[in-house]
Ligand binder design. Structure first.
Ligand code: MN
Length: 297
């Protein structure tokens, strides 16, 4: 990561967080399968959508058993939100109804705005080896749910990185940290999406406005936040405390990796039926009938 041309040293030793948010709740994901039998952990489940608005779902997958992933996600529709797929290891081929195609691999991100609709497939392009990554679903505001679909493949080398004095590398997928602008920005939801690589014992601070909903998912090692230990494969929901001005994360005795994700809530009704996320039941019926009658893609 240190060779990334966009890395920069943080000159500000303490980036103004005087009081860290606390951990409100630790979440253990739910083991499930989706697509054509892909085994994964659903970390952010439907019952947390209101609490973590504007985020709708976070799936984590990690396996070196091809039987767990080889089926991939054959053709399926989406409408009304964005999907952000981050590959840590492995290769995933994406094809959609608009004729777009891309290969997502090792450290790359695909940001897809489903908008009014897309039908796509996400299929592994390897027959063995480790497949590891995350898919986050980010809601769209009501006014944008029917915009044309759009996507961007972001190669690993195009993801800006911030490096702090303590040696923490923050890969900035969206938002901003330590003066480094991320690969993506979104006005309505102001998402922050950081992949943090912390040396053993290192600290990382991130200012956060108190109205943002925020969580941390640890995928290697362990860390602590305001005195609460967060082990690997756990999501810590950060309390929205008006007296806190950010979060201070401290890695445990091993090198640690974690996602720090935050966003501005939309505070709009959420109606979900599988891969369609709209505001009303009527809009869901319309999505289903558009899909059945071939008007979605
Ligand atoms: Mn999909």
């Amino acid at each position: 990561m240190s060779t990334n041309a966009m890395s920069q040293f943080d000159q500000h030793q303490s980036i103004g967080v005087t009081r860290s948010r606390a951990v409100e709740r630790l979440i253990t994901g739910m083991a499930t399968s989706d697509g054509a039998g892909v085994k994964l952990t659903r970390v952010l489940t439907q019952n947390l959508q209101r609490r973590l608005d504007p985020f709708l779902m976070l799936d984590a997958f990690r396996s070196d058993d091809p039987g767990d992933y080889i089926g991939g996600f054959p053709d399926h529709p989406h409408r009304g939100f964005e999907t952000v797929t981050y590959m840590i290891a492995g290769r995933l081929r994406h094809r959609d109804s608009g004729g777009n195609e891309g290969l997502l691999e090792n450290g790359g991100v695909q940001w897809m705005t489903a908008g009014r609709g897309v039908i796509h497939s996400e299929l592994p392009e390897q027959e063995d080896g480790l497949m590891e990554g995350f898919q986050l679903w980010l809601n769209l505001p009501a006014r944008d749910k029917m915009i044309p679909s759009w996507y961007r493949d972001i190669k690993s080398g195009e993801i800006p990185e911030a490096r702090t004095a303590e040696g923490v590398v923050a890969r900035v997928i969206a938002g901003e940290t330590h003066g480094v602008q991320g690969a993506m920005q979104r006005d309505a939801t102001a998402p922050l999406y950081l992949d943090l690589h912390l040396p053993a014992g290192a600290r990382f601070t991130q200012p956060l406005a108190s109205d943002l909903n925020a969580f941390v998912y640890v995928y290697r090692g362990a860390l602590s936040i305001a005195g609460t230990e967060v082990p690997a494969q756990r999501m810590a929901i950060l309390a929205n405390d008006s007296t806190a001005d950010g979060v201070v994360i401290a890695a445990g005795p091993e090198p640690t990796r974690a996602l720090l994700i935050a966003g501005r809530p939309l505070n709009e009704p959420i109606a979900q039926y599988g891969p369609f996320v709209m505001n009303t039941q009527e809009e869901i019926y319309a999505a289903v009938s558009d899909f059945r009658e071939g008007r979605l893609g």
